[in-house]
Design a protein around this ligand. Sequence first.
Ligand SMILES: Nc1ncnc2c1ncn2[C@@H]1O[C@H](COP(=O)(O)OP(=O)(O)OP(=O)(O)O)[C@@H](O)[C@H]1O
Ligand SMILES: [Mg+2]
Length: 332
Amino acid sequence: MPSVVSLSDNSPAIEVRDLVKTFGGVTAVQGLSFAVARGEIVGFLGPNGAGKSTTMRILTGFLGANSGTAAVCGVPVASRGGEVKRLIGYMPENNPLPEDMRVTEYLLYRGRLKELPRARLRSRLDDVLELCDLKRVRHRIIGTLSKGFRQRVGIAECILAEPPVIIMDEPTIGLDPHQIRIVRDLIASLRGRMAMIISSHILPEIEMTCDRVLIINQGRIVAQGTPAQLRREVLGEARYELDLAGHADALPALLTGVEPSLQIATATPADPDGFRQLMLTTTRPDDLGELLLQAFNADGRFRVRGLSRAPASLEDVFLAATKRSWDTVDRK
Ligand SMILES: Nc1ncnc2c1ncn2[C@@H]1O[C@H](COP(=O)(O)OP(=O)(O)OP(=O)(O)O)[C@@H](O)[C@H]1O
Ligand SMILES: [Mg+2]
């Protein structure tokens, strides 16, 4: 249970308004506003230099903003930074760990800094060693551990005091797919117990782990929502690839009969066998494949050699959203 915040307090886990941060001539964060609900897992996506780490460092009280406000569980970061630090488990980018300390020794040390009562610290230590699968290496010197184990030590430290908010800056960077999966499962096991912000460049990871995604570009939020909402809002459509021969003039009417929003986005010239590759788009999110095949069969004037749904990936969304805002900047 979170120790500092009363459960009756229903302010969001994180609330950021009009945050601005400049470094000399560089504006790293340009008027960022967002909120994270209690227990929600939010993914921070954005190209290098987008302002993700800067935002996280402001939220954790390690860096002051030029203007705007940030609050954690209703506690303002700027004026009550010490309190905020107790509400957050933070794993910074390239999380530095003391090379010469043993795993248990380090976690006990961190727990004492977090002012966990002795008995609670002992029981939490056992819990996090178990949860992060660190029991085997509990007596090892951190400097001798592989990267995956070090990351897990970092996560163990983050969740040690059961803070209501966890902020992890690229927790899976540099890990092999097996270790990534372990870290992902670990994060998923904390779902609902703590609010989390996780930044990553590994888009399938974000898609699998996060309830909601914020795409940040050049210090601004350029898109946000669940991965499914983002696909719809940023790309606006589902796509189908169709390999088809037959009566070209009759096709639009047939498609409209299946679903009024179905349109032919692109079409190649017919090959020697009369087949064209068509890209169809629709605003309908559910799969229309079976209905399309039934319509072609019933019509009888078409031959279908291939039909597949081409779902947009989060990568498509990311590229479209970050390109879109560059276009906006260019137009200014
Ligand atoms: N301490 C600093 N001094 C000067 N400029 C900085 C500092 N920290 C960040 N910046 C600049 O602010 C911008 C945002 O950097 P930030 O590290 O927040 O990006 P990021 O989204 O975390 O990128 P990455 O995906 O590469 O980690 C960049 O242009 C960066 O060079
Ligand atoms: Mg960063």
